[in-house]
Write a protein that binds this ligand. Structure first.
Ligand SMILES: [Zn+2]
Length: 512
């Protein structure tokens, strides 16, 4: 192992309430036997590796830290907070630090592996036990070990339950753990108030967020391994009056949802609607909009459409915020790009760049403003097929929304090809007849399907749009042309015994 001789820096960092430490520069050779056990136990390997920071033992109650030139001062500070001691950083060779991190964490993982096999499976009893342990241990040893296991177990359980998100919501006397399941939040557990900040800190460490900063919202991403599965997480924290609230999105489950919708047929679109929709989606130009609130499955529908209609003979390009699913992994030749407002890439500028790349099919994540709408229309009128989404309650409202954005009616009329309004409705759990069982968490529902309202723009509707017809007139014309409303489609599922009246009503609330 190479040894780096390094000068002491003046970057001594105080943990809260401690004085400044100094250390002799000559004691700062990197040595595996000097790495503190506490550091290994409390600072995750990913964090150490990301920030190139590693313990070199403790002298007079001061943790000596080897750091790289590039190490973020906030990371050094966070380690001090985490270990609850003052720390003294000394700059060493970055590669040597990285190698030593791999060496010492590898060893400690092996040691854990022998005893840690109980982590392979979690069930409800485990979580209750871990919760008790975390609660008890917090008093004696700060309980970071049990807290780590508790968070792992909660995420693992959420994964198994097919939850898309886990919320940690602090109240005045306790913290609710809530899973979003088929689009609806369920409180599955309550954590004692006193372990809340440890749990949220653990989640923030996972997301490589600044654990010392509790007053501003933060977000992060992480890939964690729980019970031999790599799980992608998107993490967000927000200060509230009762402390930090954290939401962990389980991207795995979001992907699974997408995977299960892989076949266009599985979207739940009635055949006669699918036929008219795919006719429009198979043309070489025009704008196709999918509308509905957040979480109504718009992206999944568009991805499934691209999969269905895309071929190697066309150039498909997207600008999204964020990229929900890498479509190239399912064999589609596609170039996906992501909005990055810090770097000046918005939907509108991204679309402008895409149009210089000779695309045939373009997908724009969302039309939020007049600039994006104009670009999309221009793209369509110059011979491109454009897919996008809008936040409107029903199909006809998309027309009036575009006009409200300031787009001339004749341009909307000339470019719009079809509008598909959609919702996701929960399906009655067939195994328990909707009575509620363990598998459906007592809800009586398992899985969801789409409700669709398709408005294809034909000659008569084009004329109405050009003449600024009212929403009511547009709706009536579309219905006369065969449009079935979301409400009617919901009723159809209720009659077929696949969902409940209340559920259908819930999801089409606000629809025309
Ligand atoms: Zn059930």
């Amino acid at each position: 192992m190479s040894v780096a001789r390094v000068p002491a820096t003046d970057r001594a960092v105080d943990a809260p309430g401690e004085g400044v430490a100094t250390v002799d520069a000559r004691s700062s050779e990197l040595r595996p036997d000097k790495v503190g056990h506490e550091f290994l136990a409390l600072v995750p390997r990913d964090f150490a590796r990301a920030h190139l920071i590693l313990s070199q033992g403790r002298a007079d109650g001061v943790e000596q830290l080897a750091i790289a030139e590039s190490t973020d001062p906030a990371a050094i500070f966070n380690v001090g907070v985490r270990l609850a001691v003052k720390v003294h950083p000394v700059i060493a060779d970055a590669e040597a630090i990285a190698r030593l991190i791999d060496e010492v964490y590898g060893r400690s993982a092996e040691a854990d592996g022998a005893a840690g096999d109980e982590n392979d499976q979690y069930d409800t009893a485990d979580i209750d036990r871990l919760l008790a342990e975390a609660d008890r241990d917090l008093l004696s040893t700060q309980g970071k070990g049990p807290v780590v296991k508790l968070v792992d177990a909660l995420l693992f359980e959420a994964l198994g339950r097919r939850a898309s998100d886990v919320h940690f919501q602090p109240l005045d006397d306790r913290t609710l753990v809530r899973y979003r399941l088929d689009g609806v939040l369920h409180t599955v557990r309550e954590l004692p108030r006193k372990i809340t900040s440890a749990v949220v800190s653990r989640i923030k460490v996972m997301g490589r967020m600044d654990i010392a900063e509790r007053r501003i919202p933060q977000d992060g991403r992480a890939t964690v391994r729980i019970a031999h599965r790599a799980i992608d997480l998107r993490i967000s924290t927000l200060p509230t009056s009762y402390g930090e609230r954290a939401v962990v999105r389980l991207l795995d489950n979001a992907h699974q949802l997408c995977e299960s919708f892989r076949g266009f047929e599985k979207l739940g679109m009635p055949p006669e609607v699918a036929e008219r929709y795919l006719d429009r989606a198979g043309r070489t130009n025009g704008i196709i909009l999918v509308t509905g609130p957040t979480g109504s499955g718009k992206t999944t529908t568009l991805y499934s459409t691209l999969r269905r209609t895309g071929s190697s003979e066309v150039n498909i390009m997207t600008i999204e915020d964020p990229i929900e699913y890498e479509l190239s992994t399912v064999g589609l030749a596609i170039s996906q790009s992501q909005v990055n407002t810090k770097k000046g890439i918005t939907f509108a500028t991204g679309l402008r760049h895409i149009l210089r790349q000779d695309p045939d099919v373009v997908m724009v994540g969302e039309v939020r403003d007049a600039e994006t709408a104009r670009m999309a229309i221009q793209a369509s009128l110059t011979g491109h097929l454009v897919f996008s989404t809008l936040h409107t309650n029903d199909a006809a409202s998309a027309v009036t929304r575009l006009i409200d954005l300031g787009i001339e009616p004749y341009l909307v009329s000339a470019s719009l090809s079809a509008v598909l309004a959609q919702r996701l409705v929960r399906l009655i759990h067939a195994d328990c007849d909707g009575d509620g069982c363990d598998e459906c968490l007592g809800t009586g529902f398992l899985g969801r399907t789409g409700l669709f309202e398709l408005m294809t723009i034909d000659e008569s509707i084009r004329e109405l749009i050009s003449s600024r017809a009212s929403l009511a007139i547009l709706r009536a014309a579309a219905k006369a042309g065969g449009l079935r409303t979301l409400r009617e489609e919901g009723e159809r599922l209720v009659t077929a015994g696949r969902t409940t009246q209340a559920e259908a009503k819930r999801v089409v609330e606000g629809a025309g």
